[in-house]
Design a protein around this ligand. Structure first.
Ligand code: CP
Length: 317
């Protein structure tokens, strides 16, 4: 069903297609040998024009666990982009060597452009402050599995039905939040509480172009303490230093929100705390020991869902 498809933004896959990936990822979680050799002989190119730990390593781990191989670069200075090669030419070249391309690029729209020049599937690993669809697959799989484990989602029900999801931090530049909202706004009765300083509010193309258009309920506030008790999921994010035009603004805004054990006392017992990571200062280390902190489980789910994605787009399942 997903064989040969690009993934540029979350809307590229339907809710049903995502659910198929989650079922596959769940199968892999239960039996890590499942699909182990399914991509033998296949090659994945990972082209990272921006830093990454989790996304690049989880894609590479996923491909290796499926029996395939990886090539690529972790920073553009070691590629011919440093000599002025265009993105279109880099992608056409990578597509000669690989069966799929995973790319992160600081420019919004770079993944879409790459998909238009590539003869093999392109997976967007983050394009500027725009989208990060495989982080969204990771986030949704984590919520799904934790809700299922808690016995909340009844058989046949969507695990996302009726959730109140708080997104907190840099909602202007945070691409993970944009993708999460776009994907979750397709699920029934999901309510969003958008917690940010005025300068880092969710862009109008998300509030007007997605939430209002779909009739999704949302509330914007700057006060985490005021709303934390209403949330099923708290999605913390880092202030994106690399997207700021001046350092002074970053320094003024970087510690706008710090989730502490004291604030966690205001939250529900079944809250799920997520963070795409890397964390800088926005979650105190003391929160890591709280059973509601799920951001390192989220890292593992990221690998399982990327295994499911690669096996699917390469036609191995
Ligand atoms: N979540 C995420 O994209 O992390 P990295 O920047 O480490 O890839």
């Amino acid at each position: 069903m997903l064989k040969g498809r690009h993934l540029v933004e979350p809307g590229d896959f339907s809710v049903e297609e995502m659910e198929t990936l989650f079922s596959l990822a769940e199968h892999i979680e239960q039996d890590e040998t499942y699909l182990r050799e399914s991509c033998r002989g296949k090659v994945l190119a990972t082209l990272f024009f921006e830093p990454s730990t989790r996304t690049r390593l989880s894609f590479e781990a996923a491909m290796l666990r499926l029996g395939g191989s990886c090539l690529g670069f972790a920073e553009p200075g070691s590629s011919s982009a440093a000599k002025g090669e265009s993105l279109a030419d880099t992608i056409r070249t990578a597509a000669c060597y690989a069966d799929a391309v995973v790319m992160r690029n600081p420019k919004e729209g770079a993944a879409l452009l790459a998909s238009r020049y590539s003869s093999v599937p392109v997976i967007n690993a983050g394009d500027g402050g725009h989208h990060h669809p495989t982080q969204t697959l990771t986030d949704l799989l984590t919520i799904r599995q934790l809700k299922k484990a808690a016995g909340v989602a009844m058989a046949g029900d969507s695990p996302f039905l009726g959730l109140t999801v708080g997104c907190c931090g840099d909602l202007k530049f945070g691409r993970t939040v944009h993708s999460l909202i776009k994907a979750l706004s397709r699920c029934p009765n999901v309510k969003f509480i958008l917690i940010s300083p005025e300068e880092l509010k969710v862009p109008e193309y998300i509030t007007g172009g997605i939430l209002k258009k779909k009739g999704a309920a949302f509330l914007e506030t700057s006060r985490l303490e005021k709303v934390i008790g209403d949330l099923d999921v708290l999605y913390m994010t880092r202030v994106q230093r690399e997207r700021f035009f001046n350092e002074e603004d970053y320094i003024r805004l970087k510690d706008s929100y710090i989730l502490t054990a004291e604030k966690m006392r205001l939250a529900r017992k079944d809250l799920i705390v997520l963070h795409p990571l890397p964390r800088v200062n926005e979650i105190a280390v003391e929160v890591d020991a709280d059973p509601r902190a799920a951001y390192f489980k989220q890292v593992k789910y990221g690998m399982y869902v990327r295994m499911a994605l690669l096996a699917s787009i390469l036609g191995a399942v």
